[in-house]
Design a protein around this ligand. Structure first.
Ligand code: HEC
Length: 126
């Protein structure tokens, strides 16, 4: 009997702990998107990406092998690449020019757009 009572008390204590932990986790998680990177607006990004379509395609599927596919790429990687082209830490004559005029919001939006598109669906041996 004492064991059962003790068990109940422990369970109650654990439940209380879980509630506190859960509340803390939710509170902490809600800060992550804001601090990691701006989420970006997909629709705005689609419009802003018009200048990129000639080379990278409207949905990020490039028609020419010299231009990389962007569709389905991780948003954080696209943001990192564009920041690199903009600040010159990644050098490419074409892309340095195109990234130069992009704001942080443009980069987040365009990256959100291409990340939301379908990437390659299969990998084949060449
Ligand atoms: C005239 C053609 C052209 C246009 C227009 C263009 N790009 Fe590029 N883009 C390139 C080329 C070429 C590369 C490969 C650069 C390299 O080798 O580092 C590239 C690379 C990239 C990469 C890196 C991809 C990777 O896998 O690392 C991103 C991201 C990118 N472009 C985004 C954009 C965005 C966003 C725009 C529009 C604002 C744009 N590009 C417009 C030609 C173009």
């Amino acid at each position: 009997m004492p064991y059962i009572l003790q068990g109940k008390r422990i369970t109650r204590k654990l439940n209380k702990m879980n509630k506190i932990q859960f509340t803390l986790t939710v509170a902490l998680l809600s800060f992550i998107p804001a601090t990691a990177f701006s989420a970006g607006n997909i629709t705005a990004g689609q419009n802003k990406s018009a200048v990129c379509h000639a080379c990278h395609g409207a949905t990020g599927k490039s028609a020419q092998p010299i231009y990389p596919n962007l569709g389905g790429q991780q948003q954080s990687y696209l943001i990192r690449s564009l920041n690199g082209f903009r600040d010159g830490s990644r050098q490419n004559a074409i892309m340095n020019g195109f990234a130069a005029n992009l704001s942080d919001a443009d980069i987040a939006d365009i990256s959100a757009w291409y990340a939301s598109q379908q990437g390659l669906t299969e990998i084949t041996d060449k």
